[in-house]
Design a protein around this ligand. Structure first.
Ligand code: FES
Ligand code: FES
Length: 155
């Protein structure tokens, strides 16, 4: 079947099998490799992206479900100032090791800070609770997100 949606601000149309997951469609049909496949059960957050601005695990979404919707991956926020602050904070705080969790983690952190620019540490932990990192022990990631809060330029 053919579906049309917006990917990172661009209208796209793609032919997919009705049962194909969104993560599989993006990786196999659209060459979007930043969206990772981990557990494929909604448990690890590696496949996190934004649908209409909300973080979603794309392994649990069927591709046809994004018909007419706005899908954002990390590529779509390359020039976004909040994402730039987050990326720099992650790098400078040692929050990126193997990098497998990083795109999903950054998108969850982005959605958190977009909606709550001054979160408490507990709110940061809750904001990334669906994203598993096997490398950092989470401390550096939490520190990086709190560091990004300091970097956000006043409106
Ligand atoms: S691959 Fe989707 S949550 Fe793990
Ligand atoms: S940096 Fe390796 S899983 Fe998070």
């Amino acid at each position: 079947m053919e579906i049309s949606f917006e990917l990172n601000g661009e209208p796209v149309t793609v032919t997919v099998e009705p049962y194909m997951s969104l993560v599989d469609m993006l990786r196999a049909e659209m060459d979007v490799k930043s969206v990772k496949k981990g557990c494929e059960q909604g448990e690890c957050g590696a496949c996190t992206l934004l649908i209409d601005g909300a973080p979603v695990t794309s392994c649990l979404v069927l591709a046809p479900q994004v018909e007419g919707r706005h899908v954002t991956t990390i590529e779509g926020l390359e020039k976004n100032s909040l994402m730039i602050d987050l990326r720099e904070a992650f790098i400078e705080n040692g929050a990126v090791q193997c990098g497998f969790c990083t795109p999903g983690m950054l998108l969850s952190a982005y959605a958190l800070l977009r909606d709550n620019p001054h979160p408490s540490m507990e709110e940061v932990k809750m904001g990334i609770e669906g994203n598993i990192c096997r490398c950092t022990g989470f401390t550096k990631i939490i520190e990086a997100i709190l560091d990004a809060v300091e970097r956000i330029a006043p409106e």
